[in-house]
Design a protein around this ligand. Structure first.
Ligand code: ZN
Length: 179
């Protein structure tokens, strides 16, 4: 029976701590936790989630983009569990786009991110995988990995004027052409 985990919000110290490496991927408790984290990100309709967001200080993230009302332009990808994820290369060019976060409810920000990245992670079966991502997926990965180092998207905006409320963001996004 999977459990839906409680989302830690900004102000909870766990959000600002560095998460530790996973040493035993096959650990049964860890595997159960991954099932719970998958169920939690699905229920919350997150584009991704990081373990510290449910108060677990381990280097585990899930990318789970699919289009919804908040992100109609998101690509669809099977939820992908990444253990000890690393950024091994990043393009020098960056672009700004909107981000939000389950841990920072009610706020959206324009965040600059590397457009292209190469990454490495372990699967939940302990296979080492290298991948390249561009655009939206690259953005979600960078956002989630930041959580493992105690960083949230608010730390990445160029100016606080790039922060808006969810209510105002809805108006902005309604005018945006679908790409
Ligand atoms: Zn987040």
């Amino acid at each position: 029976m999977v459990r839906i985990l409680e989302i830690a919000q900004l102000g909870d110290p766990v959000i600002r701590e560095r998460a530790s490496e996973v040493t035993d991927v096959h650990d049964l408790q860890l595997q159960t936790f991954i099932d719970d984290l998958l169920a939690t990100v699905a229920k919350e309709q997150g584009m991704g989630i990081a373990a510290p967001q449910v108060s677990v200080g381990k280097r585990i993230i899930i990318l789970s983009p699919k289009p919804n009302a908040r992100y109609p332009y998101a690509p669809t990808m099977e939820p992908t569990v990444m253990i000890n994820p690393e950024l091994i290369w990043a393009s020098s060019n960056t672009e700004k786009d909107w981000e939000g976060c389950l841990t920072v409810p009610g706020i959206r920000g324009l965040v600059p991110r590397h457009v292209g990245i190469r990454i490495r992670y372990h699967t939940r079966d302990d296979l080492l995988v290298e991948s390249e991502y561009n655009g939206f997926l690259a953005r979600v990965f960078q956002h989630e990995v930041d959580h493992l180092d105690g960083t949230v998207f608010l730390d990445r905006v160029e100016t606080t004027h790039d922060l808006v409320t969810e209510h105002e963001w809805q108006k902005i996004i309604a005018q945006r052409p679908l790409t």
